[in-house]
Design a protein around this ligand. Structure first.
Ligand SMILES: *Cc1c(COP(=O)(O)O)cnc(C)c1O
Length: 356
């Protein structure tokens, strides 16, 4: 491959492939192996696998850093939080992914962290929480409030305050937001969502431009053992190949749904961050929202997001969801079906004339 910078759509298709040699496969095959013959680069498969390497090359090229893949998004989150010195303060978006917050709270109870929750959309408040912090954990857009962080401003402020900055960029994917370019030290992805894109894989990734952090994270993975399966790495890379076209359709669907839902019966508010494939609608109360989720036929009632199929969920059905999220909020993960089918199904479920 030449060193010419390529556009992201091309990188997603071309990176992480074996060299173009006559007779070679286009795709790095799935290598099922626990050990490799001694004397080569790879020896034991907890430390490396060629199928991970292909995925890591592609994701690293897209984000502009070095990628370390993990068994899940949470394994990636956990590895990055281990960079915080014992008892260090972590400034974190209060509407971050709920299990990231749970992991921080667990650590706070045992003295690993001091946790400072902030409204990530209020840049002044985030900056005010930074003095003495070891890490600033941004998520943007947040899940499921869909707030946006001012990433360039907050990563610069974190650096000035001597804190590492991290962005969980799961909702944006590397195609729509490149946090390293915006000043972040580390990017985290749940590749389970948009990157793999077909609701058939659980996988996570960390990407960083800092060689020392990459080395520590790789070391952590080898010791803690939360390694991706080779089949999962293969599927995630296969999903990544079509990310840009899936996004094109799903983003267009999401924006159009926002327009069509604006004056739909019972919808108090539509939240749309303006990019990406996740929306939220707020209904009057939990009962009204539950009714919509029960009535849809095409939309799949489910947690998770980022697949080709559209899913929806009333978030407060989880006792662990933040109490600041409205009871009647339904998160919509918009897929690539035809917009009219998606809109018709949702509008029928919202309308009260329908007999089930
Ligand atoms: C799903 C998710 C995670 C956790 O990823 P898993 O792959 O489920 O472990 C982390 N952050 C965000 C924003 C997510 O949506």
């Amino acid at each position: 491959m030449s060193d010419t910078p390529r556009r992201l759509e091309t990188v997603a298709v071309a990176a992480g492939r074996p060299p173009h040699r006559p007779g070679a496969p286009f795709n790095e095959p799935v290598t099922f192996a626990s050990a490799f013959v001694a004397g080569g680069e790879l020896e034991y498969a907890r430390y490396g696998n060629p199928t991970w390497t292909a995925l890591e090359e592609a994701l690293g090229a897209l984000e502009g850093g070095e990628c370390v893949s993990f068994a899940s998004g949470m394994a990636a989150v956990s590895a990055v939080l281990h960079l915080v010195p014992s008892g260090g303060a972590v400034v974190v978006a209060r509407h971050s992914y709920q299990h990231t917050l749970a992991l921080l709270d667990d650590g706070a109870r045992t003295g690993s962290f001091e946790v400072r929750r902030v409204d990530v959309a209020d840049a002044d408040a985030v900056e005010a929480a930074m003095p003495g912090a070891a890490m600033v954990w941004l998520e943007s857009p947040t899940n499921p409030a869909l707030e946006l962080a001012d990433i360039p401003r907050l990563t610069a402020a974190a650096r000035a305050a001597g804190a590492m900055s991290v962005v969980d960029s799961t909702f944006a994917s590397p195609m729509l937001q490149r946090p390293l370019e915006l000043g972040a030290d580390i990017v985290v992805h749940s590749a389970t969502k948009l990157i793999a894109g077909h609701s058939d894989v659980v996988l996570g990734a960390v990407v960083t431009g800092a060689a020392e952090a990459a080395e520590r994270i790789r070391h952590h993975r080898g010791l803690h053992g939360a390694i991706p399966g080779p089949m999962e790495a293969f599927l995630a890379l296969r999903g990544l190949r079509t990310l840009s076209v899936r996004l094109e359709r799903a983003e267009a669907n999401a924006r159009e749904l926002t327009r069509r839902l604006a004056d739909a019966p019972g919808v108090v508010e539509v939240r749309d961050p303006g990019f990406g494939t996740v929306l939220a609608i707020v209904l009057e109360d939990a009962a009204a929202a539950d009714r919509v989720v029960e009535r849809v036929r095409l939309w799949i009632p489910a947690t998770s997001l980022g697949g080709v199929e559209s899913t929806l969920e009333r978030r407060r059905r989880w006792a662990t969801e933040a109490p600041t999220i409205p009871e009647g909020l339904i998160r919509l993960s918009v897929g690539i079906e035809h917009i009219d089918d998606l809109a018709d199904d949702l509008l029928a479920a919202l309308g009260d004339g329908r007999v089930d």
